[in-house]
Ligand binder design. Sequence first.
Ligand code: OAD
Length: 219
Amino acid sequence: MENIEKLQEIIDNSNNIVFFGGAGVSTESGIPDFRSVDGLYNLKYKYPPEQIISHTFFQYKPEEFYKFYKDKMMCLDAKPNKAHTFLAKLEEKGKLSAVVTQNIDGLHQAGGSHTVYELHGSIHRNYCTKCGGIIKPDVVLYEEGLDDETVTNAINAISNCDTLIIAGTSLVVYPAASFIRYFKGNHLVLINLSETSADKMADLVIHGKVGEVLSQIKI
Ligand code: OAD
């Protein structure tokens, strides 16, 4: 409760908030994250999931890749949760400048957010790898680089914000996790179920569910 009050005060006094999130932002929409006990990387599958979502695997075993991708990653029926709608409202009120996400589910946009930098791409876009070649989802696989413009936009947003809220991410995947180092504003807030390496740098750490936490804030 005391933490919620502190978060309320930080948000009330901020005018340029950036939200940096990961898979934990979508678990309340029923999409599993990667590294929790019930996460994708702990699934017993024919191949280790971390191997399946690599560029090499996509190239050599596209059918197996697509089987996993369609079954486990293309969550087309998922709906935005309280975290997504709260952030959209915060943007509408002119208090949030950007959402930087590692998620590929498009739920921030579905929830009404406009400025969303999708560091790892989106399941809602696909492209032909060569005219008439295999279609590839516009998602960043292991061994692939991030889109330059998206990275620049994300770093600019983080560098210029007064408050950075990091939520629902284990902060172990680089380069995405390294972008939080560009923050030089006033308040760093961390909302995550489990501990992260950034807890010690944060002004406020809340170990809880991001949707449940944010929906208690009045805007
Ligand atoms: P992880 O699965 O590594 O971490 C999710 C974090 O969210 C964990 O620390 C959970 O404790 C926490 N969590 C789960 N549900 C939550 C909730 N409702 N509220 C608050 N916290 C919650 O997911 P990411 O950090 O997003 O990359 O993983 C980063 C990248 O690893 C992904 O983008 C993906 C993966 O490899 C690619 O596919 C390129």
